[in-house]
Design a protein around this ligand. Structure first.
Ligand code: IMP
Ligand code: MG
Length: 171
């Protein structure tokens, strides 16, 4: 597989994002909400670079992607969502593709009246966006290719790869 973003480049960018978030949330504490399962590796690295008091919780989103790119019905599981009322919430996901997942989660969390709500992703596939608002923080803008590694999977595989790699298309 072809490497798109090396582990060293990811590491460096995560440090920069952590610095930015530390500055932007100065004097505040955070509630970080990771979107399972793709966000876990990025979240684990990023939260350790945000030098602010924080609580961490998780929600689950799945869009029944049998094929690599066609998203089906979006299902959200919010059982693990901590109390967000009056809190500064930062939602973390691996990738912003069409943006439907984060937009739907934002509506759910917004209805619980947080003090603020922002989103952070490692990757942003800008060409595929179908929702009005992009992510507030992102690591890298990438072209429209199916990528795996650093938390991102294809049919459950490749999440453990330390770099972001392009999955070869089948035809
Ligand atoms: P969205 O709702 O279209 O923004 O899709 C977001 C979700 O789709 C992400 O959380 C990923 O789980 C999945 N996804 C989108 N593009 C890719 C990719 O290139 N590789 C792996 N998963 C992807
Ligand atoms: Mg995901």
């Amino acid at each position: 597989m072809q490497t798109l973003i090396s582990s060293a480049a990811i590491e460096q960018r995560v440090v920069e994002m952590g610095r930015q978030l530390t500055a932007d949330y100065e004097d505040r504490s955070l509630t970080v909400i990771g979107v399972l399962s793709g966000s876990v590796i990025f979240l684990a690295d990023l939260v350790r670079r945000i030098e602010r008091p924080q609580q961490i919780g998780f929600v689950q989103a799945s869009s029944y992607r049998g094929e690599t790119t066609e998203a089906g019905t979006l299902t959200l599981m919010l059982d693990g969502l901590p109390d967000v009322r009056g809190r500064d919430v930062l939602m973390i996901d691996d990738i912003f593709d069409t943006g439907r997942t984060l937009a739907a989660l934002q509506r759910e969390i917004q209805s619980r009246e947080p003090a603020s709500l922002k989103t952070a992703v490692l990757l942003w596939k800008t060409a595929r966006q179908t929702v009005a608002q992009g992510p507030d923080y992102w690591g890298f803008q990438i072209p429209d290719a199916f990528v795996v590694g650093y938390g991102l999977d294809y049919a459950g595989d490749y999440r453990h790869l330390p770099e972001i790699a392009v999955l070869p298309s089948e035809n």
